[in-house]
Design a protein around this ligand. Structure first.
Ligand code: 15L
Length: 266
């Protein structure tokens, strides 16, 4: 059965804001939770993702969860540990106790950020070894494993999406390959919420980019049909920045500049 009421954690973030706008058109009623208040949604629950009482309230009567909450870039380990690792555990366990069947998790390309671009021009599949490029990426590996555990142990239906780059438009030359348009993000979430026979699965989340190298067959199997392509943005971005050199991590490695990020030292 199609879930009707969906809890969106991290509803104030970039992806959360896109989905707050797009998902109601698919017929969903959204419950919103974020650590930060949401100005145009006074009904949203403002709470830390580790606050189990707030999670119980947020999950009451919910059919499915889209779990976006957490730090979305590299940060010192202690911060990642709290918001992303403990936070995801608290969310999954509260969802289990509340009897929620399905969780769709915003994982990231950074769980496998050190994966190299295939020399033969083929696409990277979702069964490559985990190669996190940051503590942030490491927390996404944890989230995917948590989803696997809760599917095997508790029979929950879990989909982890290794999202490329979800912004209104691609912002860098690398993102011509990794872009997930806001409209395709909604299409993908809808597919992940409604696909039958889900146990635990990991899929990629990008648009149908001409320059893409993240294999979308898993997402397509769930019913995702991307409609957008970053190519119309290519001429402008290339005029501004030029083509990437093959030695540049932005070209060579899936995680791009995250592979050289030193934000964890701050
Ligand atoms: C991510 O996982 C980040 O949340 C986002 O800020 C982008 O940087 C994206 O990956 C990306 O790889 O472009």
């Amino acid at each position: 059965p199609t879930p009707r009421t969906v809890l969106l954690t991290g509803a104030a973030g970039i992806v959360g804001t896109f989905l707050r706008q797009s998902l109601p058109e698919y017929g969903y009623t959204l419950r919103l939770l974020d650590a930060a208040p949401i100005e145009d949604a006074p009904e949203a629950i403002t709470a830390d993702i580790r606050d189990t009482e707030a999670l119980e309230r947020a999950l009451d009567g919910v059919d499915a969860v889209i779990h976006l909450a957490g730090i979305s870039v590299e940060a010192p380990f202690e911060q990642i540990l709290g918001a992303n690792i403990e936070g995801s555990y608290r969310l999954y366990d509260a969802a289990r106790r509340a009897g929620v069947r399905r969780i769709v998790y915003a994982s990231s390309n950074h769980a496998v950020g050190y994966t190299g671009r295939p020399a033969d021009g083929s696409a990277v599949t979702t069964d490559v070894p985990l190669r996190p490029d940051t503590y942030y990426g490491l927390s996404k590996c944890f989230g995917e494993s948590l989803a696997s555990l809760y599917a095997d142990r508790h029979g929950m239906e879990t989909v982890s999406i290794r999202i490329g780059s979800c912004f209104a438009r691609p912002l860098t030359v690398r993102m011509l390959s990794t872009w997930l348009s806001p409209a395709d993000c909604a299409r993908l979430m809808h597919a992940c919420l409604t696909a039958p026979d889900v146990h635990h699965t990991v899929v990629h989340g990008t648009s149908a980019n001409t320059r893409g190298w993240m294999d979308l067959s898993g997402a397509r199997k769930l019913g995702y049909e991307p409609q957008d392509d970053s190519e119309p943005y290519a001429a402008d971005l290339l005029a501004q920045h030029g083509e990437l050199s093959p030695e540049d991590p932005e070209y060579r490695l899936l995680g791009g500049a995250f592979t050289t990020s030193t934000a964890w030292q701050s």
